[in-house]
Design a protein around this ligand. Structure first.
Ligand code: SAM
Length: 273
């Protein structure tokens, strides 16, 4: 029988640090619900970023996952996680380090999934990195602050639609899975949180196409209030590019569908980037 998480936190001196984006989930039922969003987990290897005291990790280990690989930056949490590892021999591997610097492919073999209550300060860069290698994962079940989650699933011509929606939806089917109030965490954050479930599309695009899409969306949304014929100028021959794509140059970035951005990226790539 594992001790309550509040006791683990007290015994290991895990007072939450703002600099590490620490907002812990202590409710076992809620953690089990989050783990269930990533189903099926049997035989899967799960990457968890930022396990902290291990609430969500416990829920993952209570399920049928073959292995959980947990990457945690806070040294204070490692001893707590080692106790959890001892309770589940051979199923929890703990890596002390920065998730922004790890190579998921070498860390765990397929079939891989990611399940994480992400530290808010690095959630977006982590997602962008995983989208570049989305083919490695069967699914990603990720907690963000709600506003970021809205930006991932947003449709064109809506308030939150932007670069993150285009890059995410180009690579994955993205679904808002659960919204959580601040009180679900200890300590509570200032804003609501939400979980997005992403399932990568089977076909992996060539990395150069993804790079071209990152470039086009950076230009287009870098000046989102401007017309495309002006915002895309930094790419060179913006008018010709738009004509070839069959797009009206007076449109603004937020009105373009993901498919229209893909067309622009393919044309840019064909022109040599
Ligand atoms: N999973 C735990 C839970 O749900 O209770 C903790 C989630 S808390 C929002 C984020 C966790 O990520 C913290 O434990 C924090 O120490 C860790 N963290 C912050 N930056 C990190 C990084 N760059 N790499 C790995 N872990 C990080």
């Amino acid at each position: 029988m594992l001790p309550p998480l509040s006791e683990v936190i007290a015994r290991h001196g895990l007072a939450a640090r703002k600099s590490l984006g620490q907002h812990f989930l202590l409710d076992a039922t809620l953690c089990a619900r989050i783990a269930a969003l990533a189903a099926p987990l049997d035989g899967r290897r799960v990457l968890e970023v930022g396990p902290g005291p291990g609430g969500l990790t416990r829920a993952l280990l209570d399920g049928p996952a073959a292995e959980v690989v947990a990457v945690e930056l806070d040294r204070r949490a490692i001893a707590a996680l080692e106790e959890l590892s001892a309770a589940h021999p051979g199923r929890l591997r703990i890596i002390e380090g920065d998730a922004l610097r790890i190579d998921a492919e070498s860390l765990l073999s397929a079939p891989r999934k990611i399940v994480a209550n992400l530290p808010y300060n690095v959630g977006t860069p982590l997602l962008i990195g995983w989208l570049r290698q989305a083919h490695l994962f069967e699914s990603l079940t990720l907690m963000f602050q709600q506003e970021v989650a809205e930006r991932i699933v947003a449709a064109p011509d809506t308030e939150h639609y932007g670069r993150l929606a285009v890059l995410s939806q180009f690579r994955c089917q993205c679904r808002m899975a659960l919204r959580l109030p601040p009180g679900a965490f200890a300590p509570p954050p200032k804003v609501w949180s939400a979980i997005v479930h992403l399932v990568p599309h089977a076909e992996a695009p060539e990395p150069a196409l993804l790079a071209a899409l990152e470039k086009v969306t950076a230009a287009a949304f870098g000046q989102r209030r401007k017309m495309l014929r002006s915002s895309l100028k930094s790419l060179g021959e913006a008018e010709a590019l738009l004509r070839q794509a069959g797009l009206d140059g007076t449109r603004r970035a937020e009105t373009l569908s993901v498919a229209e951005f893909e067309t622009l990226a393919r044309l840019l790539l064909a022109r040599g980037g």
